[in-house]
Ligand binder design. Structure first.
Ligand SMILES: [Zn+2]
Length: 387
């Protein structure tokens, strides 16, 4: 394992020779600044970042596994801290032997799977048994939750799923990405397709999913979710792990869904922040707020649409706006993918694209009915992002 990490780092053309790699877990309550202080790394590497990058550094969460690499004199030569499945903080010694910080992509492979099994138990248990992948079973249930009643299934029905998983250093990370899911019952195949991050039925109609409402109705989106993008002019990677809504100071912010308040307080560059834990592993984050609504504190149950806070520009913010984040089992995902005002149907041009995708996925499902062997169940799935 260590050898493999070293190989990758060498491959990435980094400077200092590394002799040891230490894997650590980010402690609860530690901020990036307290961490730098403890390791005698100048705080300026953080203070010199742009506001957007300081905000990104605030994504650091307790429990994340990260690596410290040391040189022959036992000095820290590099630190790699994942902040999402896609991007990580990279602290390193530059050519002048000074510490520097940038954000670099997390390299992973996508592994494709096709599962085709007979249903003699609940779909959830069949999927779990065949793959040992609980997240896959959950995603499958979610995909069909609005359109099928599993109680009507009969023994001998079949299900098939075409999906991919991210793999890094021999471990699966993050959530499975279902491309198409199918249930065959009473001789009829029922399909759900993933298209632009949203599930659609065979007619191209969006199916009911986990729905959130916008935290500020009718606000203009000033910055969209961006998991990782190389900026050709700045020659560096940037990311924005949420959606920004422009709104005047004091605008009311409402809970996007039912849940329990899991955090109220200051969170690095995000300033005053509220987070709400929802069902099925979803969490929403509301940052840069001016103040909290009455009674909003950790452990408080809230309803969808309940007033929780007011727009401000606390933390690192260029002006009053709401940074709205959405996480699935700790991984940042695009809030717009499940924030919907009405159920939508695809436009004509999108429908053509969708139909093409549908055909190719259907043929994969068809093929899985002939001479198909499911892959062996997974041995280990890392819940938390790792490099
Ligand atoms: Zn933002």
């Amino acid at each position: 394992m260590k050898k493999f990490i070293l190989f990758i780092l060498t491959f990435m053309n980094l400077y200092a020779a590394t002799t040891s790699v230490e894997e650590l877990t980010w402690p609860q309550g530690d901020t990036f600044l307290t961490f730098l202080e403890r390791h005698n790394i100048p705080l300026s590497i953080y203070y010199n970042l742009s506001g957007e990058d300081k905000e990104l550094a605030s994504e650091l969460s307790a429990g994340t596994k990260f690596q410290i690499l040391r040189d022959t004199n036992d000095n820290i030569s590099q630190i790699l801290i994942p902040i999402s499945n896609e991007i990580q903080i990279h602290v390193f010694k530059d050519f002048n032997d000074d510490y520097s910080l940038d954000f670099i992509p997390i390299v992973y492979e996508n592994e494709n799977f096709i599962l085709n099994v007979e249903i003699n138990d609940s779909p959830y248990r069949e999927i779990k048994r065949a793959t040992n992948d609980e997240a896959l079973a959950n995603s499958f249930n979610k995909a069909f939750s609005g359109s099928m009643n599993f109680k009507t299934l009969q023994k001998g029905d079949r299900l098939a799923i075409v999906y991919e998983r991210k793999k890094r250093l021999g471990r699966y990370i993050g959530e499975p990405n279902i491309k198409v899911a199918m249930i065959e019952t009473r001789g009829k195949k029922n399909y759900i397709y993933k298209f632009n991050d949203v599930f659609y039925n065979a007619n191209g109609k969006e199916v009911e999913n986990f729905l959130l409402t916008r935290p500020i109705p009718n606000a203009r989106i000033s910055s969209r979710f961006n998991p990782k993008r190389f900026h050709p002019v700045l020659k560096r990677y940037r990311a924005h792990l949420g959606t920004d809504y422009a709104a005047p100071r004091g605008t009311k912010i409402y809970a996007a869904g039912d849940g329990v308040v899991s955090f109220v307080g200051t969170k690095g560059g995000y300033g005053k922040t509220v987070t709400i834990q929802h069902s099925s592993g979803y969490m929403t984050l509301y940052a840069h707020v001016n103040g909290y609504a009455k009674g909003i504190k950790k452990g408080k149950k809230v309803k969808k649409g309940q007033l929780i806070a007011y727009v401000g520009s606390t933390g690192l913010s260029t002006g009053p706006h709401l940074h709205f984040g959405l996480y699935k089992n700790g991984n940042a995902i695009n809030p717009e993918s499940i924030v919907k005002i009405t159920k939508s149907e695809l436009s004509k041009s999108k429908k053509i694209e969708f139909n093409k995708l549908k055909e190719s996925l259907n043929s994969q499902i068809q093929a899985s009915f002939q001479n198909h062997t499911n892959k062996a169940p997974l041995e280990e799935i890392a819940n938390i992002t790792e490099i």
